[in-house]
Ligand binder design. Structure first.
Ligand code: FMN
Length: 380
């Protein structure tokens, strides 16, 4: 387990960083900055000795320091980090100096060379207003992420939606459960050791899948709600996608984010989710997740399809008419999204039709579970 750094090791790190900048610093000089710092009940006496090549941190009290600082450890950190104005620090008694304070100029203040590489990936017009700038997508990929694959209810509800989209464009359905995707280990090798390359490249299917997904202008993420979120196989896929972003940080539409390594300007996404419970509120956690994901992936959400009581609706013979209406609306939604970049309100209303009476259904459902106890038939 990582332990909190001691003031001594913080000072060592700081001087280490300063030393790197000192090599090109134009105000090198010989001398000593002496520190008398207090932290909790500890007194820290140390000094930085400088010559024309190095800054060296030493413990103890030096003879004839060029300048001396007396303060709490935190106030010194604030001063060094530019958060505490030295004049204000002296006036408020937070800092005490003795000697030649101009000698602090030997400490480089910031990176000397502002000319470093940051990939550009600015906010696009499409991202700001995908409906206004909508172009009919060349290809849609539907990533069906039910761990039950083709056997799941996710695919059942997806079918008419895909049929609708197919009237307008090319659609490819991919089942995530057929791909082997290891979970991210958080090693950051893809950002440090071999930029852009995950340690599992050629060892699992992530890379193949990510390349495939990049072909599409629209990605439909389809999945059932599992434990108030998305199934782990889909979350694994998103975690691994970190290798496809740069580590740098840039201004985004709403907050800071990473620039993409691979850019498709017109890429958008659609969320398609089903759940077992009755209330739309069950989708709120994934809605919040995808909103954040859309921002950080520079990819707007152009549609959200959520269907509650997915299992109950399918298995209740009295709901046959309602189910058929919903399936037809899903087909219309598929056509509408490709043509206009949005689903009509009327269509959305039918997809979301309330089904079931919580009070009476709970009795019926609980009876069903009682009957199923110990059943070997798991193809529900
Ligand atoms: C492990 C697991 C967790 C689930 N958690 C929830 C949940 O939190 N909320 C909910 O409404 N339904 C939940 N469900 C029900 C599924 O969303 C529902 O059965 C869905 O139709 C499954 O889709 P599939 O057949 O494509 O796998 C859960 C199902 C499983 C297997």
């Amino acid at each position: 387990m990582k332990e909190i750094l001691s003031p001594k090791s913080v000072m060592e790190k700081m001087v280490d960083k300063l030393q790197k900048l000192y090599l090109n610093h134009d105000q090198k000089a010989e001398g000593i900055i002496q520190f008398h710092l207090k932290h909790n009940s500890e007194s820290i006496d140390c000094f930085i000795q400088s010559d024309f090549e190095n800054l060296i941190l030493k413990e103890g009290v030096a003879e004839n320091p060029t300048v001396t600082v007396k303060s709490s450890f935190y106030n010194w950190l604030d001063l060094a980090g530019g958060k505490l104005n030295p004049v204000f620090g002296v006036m408020t008694g937070k800092l005490k100096f003795r000697g030649d304070t101009s000698f602090f100029n030997i400490l480089p203040q910031k990176s000397l060379n502002g000319d470093f590489f940051v990939p550009s990936d600015p906010v696009t017009k499409f991202e700001k207003n995908p409906i206004k700038h909508w172009k009919k997508p060349r290809k849609v990929i539907v990533l069906s992420a039910s761990p039950r694959g083709e056997k799941g209810y996710t695919d059942f509800y997806l079918k008419p939606f895909i049929e609708g989209m197919k009237k307008e464009t090319e659609v490819e359905l991919i089942h995530l459960n057929q791909y082997k995707i290891n979970s991210c280990t958080g090693c950051f090798s893809c950002w440090m050791n071999v930029p852009g390359q995950c340690i599992y490249e050629n060892k699992d299917d992530f890379h193949i899948l990510a390349e495939k997904m990049f072909e599409a202008d629209v990605t439909v993420y389809a999945f059932p709600i599992y434990a108030d979120g998305m199934p782990g196989i889909l979350k694994n896929y998103f975690d691994r996608s970190v290798s496809r972003a740069y580590p740098y940080m840039i201004e985004g539409m709403k907050r800071v984010r990473h620039p993409r390594r691979y850019i498709n300007e017109n890429h958008s996404m659609l969320i398609f989710s089903i759940c077992g419970f009755f209330e739309m509120i069950n989708f709120e956690p994934v809605r919040a997740y995808f909103k954040a994901l859309a921002h950080n992936r520079h990819t707007p959400i152009v549609g959200e399809i959520y269907r509650t009581t997915a299992v109950g609706l399918y298995s209740n013979p009295f709901a046959f008419k309602k189910l058929n209406n919903i399936l037809s609306a899903l087909e219309n939604a598929g056509e509408e999204i490709i043509e206009h970049g949005k689903i009509k309100q009327k269509t959305q209303k039918i997809i979301n039709l309330k089904f079931g009476n919580r009070k009476s259904d709970l009795v019926r459902i609980n009876e069903w579970w009682n009957e199923k106890k110990g059943s070997k038939d798991t193809n529900y």
